[in-house]
Design a protein around this ligand. Structure first.
Ligand code: PLP
Length: 222
């Protein structure tokens, strides 16, 4: 995509996002040059879904980029991103959480994480159940993961045209967010992508993950 269209897409998206809502620009499958264009236009927070791609882009792009991992993370790959990743949004098991805590400790860091909660009806999506999320959060409050900061929740709605269904799923996550927020302070509710971010914001999201509306359709051919 040409730089002008990238920048105009980016500005159009920015315009639709109210103040106080964070934009995570999802750059997966797009070249580093395109990220640099958006970076130069003022965006500093980017999301990737694969460890290796994230590492490669981290190496060559400016070091003040705040990188978020938004895709499923295998325990044996945590070590590759632990030195630099800002937030891992896709924590979907206590096992991976333990590993992140261990690697964060080795790197003398505190890594921010979001618990990914399964709100979609589809079977294919990763994520914790609501009760698993609460259990993990309790172990966290008991000091089990000192090198991790659980800053909030992430969820993905079902891929459907049915707005009511999407809304119901988003509100389910918002309820859990409010529930946990009663006992401790949570910051981030990450929900909404290119097709549903406006609805997500209406339902209480304060962080959105937007890819194709900025970078264009992804080309999965390598
Ligand atoms: C790819 C992806 C996005 C961005 O999707 P778009 O529809 O391109 O905006 C957001 N969140 C997650 C977890 C993703 O994998």
């Amino acid at each position: 995509m040409k730089n002008e269209s990238l920048i105009s897409n980016f500005l159009a998206v920015k315009n639709q996002i109210p103040e106080g809502v964070q934009l995570v620009a999802v750059s997966k499958n797009h070249p580093a040059d395109n990220i640099k264009t958006i970076y130069d236009a003022g965006q500093k927070v980017f999301g990737e879904n694969k460890v290796q791609e994230l590492e490669e882009k981290y190496e060559i792009l400016p070091k003040d980029i705040e990188w978020h991992l938004i895709g499923h993370l295998q325990t044996n790959k945590v070590k590759y991103i632990a030195p630099f990743v800002n937030t891992i949004q896709s924590v979907d098991s206590e096992k991976v959480l333990k590993e992140i805590n261990k690697e964060a400790f080795k790197n003398s860091r505190i890594i921010n994480i979001l618990l990914q909660v399964k709100i979609a009806e589809e079977d294919s999506k990763f994520g914790l159940t609501i009760s698993e999320s609460k259990t993990i959060f309790e172990s966290y409050l008991n000091g089990k993961f000192p090198n991790i900061k659980i800053t909030g929740l992430m969820g993905m709605a079902t891929f459907t045209e049915n707005k009511n269904q999407i809304k119901t799923e988003f509100l389910k996550l918002k309820n859990l967010f409010d529930d946990i927020n009663k006992s401790s302070s949570f910051e981030t509710l990450s929900m909404g992508m290119s097709d549903d971010f406006e609805l997500a914001i209406e339902c209480g999201a304060n962080s959105v993950r937007i890819g194709s509306a900025i970078f264009g359709a992804r080309n999965y051919k390598e």
